[in-house]
Design a protein around this ligand. Structure first.
Ligand SMILES: [Zn+2]
Length: 74
């Protein structure tokens, strides 16, 4: 079971120009956190483990939809 929670951390000034935005998925079976970050990420922000992979386009879309529900816009 995947736990679809997404969050977004805005880059500090200057970072946005240099760092690509990526979606990541935690591969821990009891976590499954999907999140959006700028640049490289070492560990899952939810469980703290390092079992991450890039999110698939489908997961990215679900993440974006959930962000839209939470914030009203993306
Ligand atoms: Zn995790």
């Amino acid at each position: 079971m995947l736990y679809w929670v997404c969050n977004r951390k805005l880059p500090s000034k200057g970072e946005a120009n240099n760092m690509a935005k990526h979606f990541y998925t935690c591969q821990e079976p009891d976590c499954g956190f999907v999140f959006e970050r700028y640049g490289e990420v070492a560990a899952c922000p939810r469980c703290g483990r390092r079992n991450l992979r890039p999110a698939t386009p489908e997961e990215q879309q679900k993440c974006i939809e959930q962000l839209r529900q939470i914030h009203g816009k993306v």
